[in-house]
Design a protein around this ligand. Structure first.
Ligand SMILES: C[S@@+](CC[C@H](N)C(=O)[O-])C[C@H]1O[C@@H](n2cnc3c(N)ncnc32)[C@H](O)[C@@H]1O
Length: 195
C-alpha cells in the first residue's frame, strides 16, 4: 500500500475486517492490557492506519500521535477522532524510517504494520524501520504485529513475515531488552521492549 493507492480497499472495510478478526482482537486486547503506558505519557503509534490502536490508547495517556504513510487513511482516522470527541490524538504523515515527531516520546507502538517493512525489503528494511522507531528515544517500544513463531512459511503464503527472533534481535541491536513476549498465534504476537 502506498500513499496514493489502496487497491480499492477502503478504511471502512479495514475497520470492519479488523473488528471481525479474532486474532487481531486478541492482539489488540493484549496490547491495551499490557503496554506499560502511564497517564502522563506521550505515545506514538507508527503505521497507525485508520487509528484503531491510537484511538483506544487515547484514554490511557496524555497524548497519542498517529503516523502513517497513507494520507487517505490518516484523514479517516482524524474523522473518527472528531466523531468520538477524542481531542488528545493527532494524526499526520510519518514513516518508520522518518516518524516526523519532534516532541519527547515515552512509548512507541507499532501494530500490524512493522511486518510490512520486512515484506517490502527483508531484514535490512526491518532494521531501518526499527532504528527509525528507536530514534524517537522512547523508554519502551511495543510491537503488536504479524511475525512468525512457527516453522518456515509455505511459499504460497501471501505475505512474508519476519521470524520473531529477527524482530527481537533487531530490537536488541537498537538498545532494547525484551520484557514481555505474548504469542497470540503462530503468525501474530506482542513484544514489549524496554530501553
Ligand atoms: C494493516 S495496517 C495496520 C493499522 C493499525 N496499526 C492497526 O493496528 O489497525 C498497516 C499500516 O501500516 C502502514 N505502513 C506501511 N508501511 C509503513 C511505513 N514504512 N511507515 C509507516 N507506516 C507504514 C500502512 O500504510 C497501513 O496503514
Amino acid at each position: 500500500m502506498t500513499n496514493t493507492e489502496s487497491d480499492g480497499y477502503t478504511p471502512m472495510e479495514y475497520d470492519a475486517d479488523s473488528e471481525n478478526d479474532e486474532t487481531y482482537q486478541r492482539c489488540l486486547a493484549y496490547l491495551l492490557a499490557h503496554a506499560p503506558i502511564d497517564p502522563d505519557d506521550t505515545v506514538v503509534d507508527v503505521g497507525t492506519g485508520t487509528g484503531i490502536v491510537a484511538l483506544e490508547l487515547a484514554s490511557k495517556c496524555d497524548h497519542v500521535v498517529g503516523r502513517d504513510i497513507y494520507d487517505e487513511w490518516l484523514q479517516y482516522a482524524r474523522e473518527k477522532a472528531e466523531q468520538h470527541g477524542i481531542e488528545n490524538v493527532s494524526f499526520d504523515h510519518g514513516s518508520f524510517r522518518e516518524p516526523n515527531v519532534d516532541d519527547p516520546v515515552d512509548v512507541v507502538v507499532a501494530s500490524y504494520a512493522l511486518y510490512m517493512a520486512y515484506d517490502e525489503g527483508g531484514e535490512e528494511e526491518l532494521r531501518a524501520a526499527i532504528d527509525g522507531l528507536a530514534s524517537l528515544d522512547s523508554r519502551c517500544v511495543v510491537v503488536a504485529d504479524k511475525m512468525r513463531f512457527g516453522p518456515a512459511q509455505s511459499p504460497s503464503d501471501y505475505e512474508t513475515l519476519p521470524p520473531m527472533g529477527t524482530v527481537a534481535n533487531l530490537l536488541a541491536d537498537a538498545g532494547f531488552t525484551l520484557t514481555d513476549v505474548e504469542i497470540v498465534s503462530d503468525a501474530v504476537g506482542v513484544l514489549i521492549a524496554t530501553r
